[in-house]
Design a protein around this ligand. Structure first.
Ligand SMILES: [Zn+2]
Length: 108
């Protein structure tokens, strides 16, 4: 792909620089609205997606999943055993296929 069109492609994403392409990107379905596979931001207290949908990089559409710290604090053992690292991808693909959000129960 020529450099110019590659840049244009990346430019379509509405998100801050913390969002990166996930591993196994081809396993993430394309957004039905903008046609992009999502970038993701995974940090201790949250997991979010970003695609081309939204107003700007601070105000955009996002699918979320339980954060690893929320899982840790809610788990009786105080461990991350059983933490589902694929949950964000599953939530994203579920939304693409059905148009509905899975409940994430992030436990506030
Ligand atoms: Zn989109």
């Amino acid at each position: 792909m020529p450099v110019i069109s590659k840049l244009r492609f990346i430019d379509k994403y509405k998100c801050i620089d913390d969002f990166k392409f996930p591993k196994g990107l081809k396993n993430w379905l394309k957004c039905p609205n903008c046609g992009l596979r999502p970038k993701v931001w995974v940090f201790d207290n949250g997991r979010h997606t970003a695609c081309g949908c939204g107003k700007d990089k601070y105000n955009h559409f996002s699918i979320q999943a339980k954060s690893i710290m929320s899982y840790y604090y809610r788990n009786n053992n105080g461990t991350i055993d059983g933490y589902d690292s694929n949950e964000l991808r599953d939530n994203w693909n579920h939304w693409v296929k059905t148009g509905k959000l899975r409940s994430i129960n992030n436990g506030n």
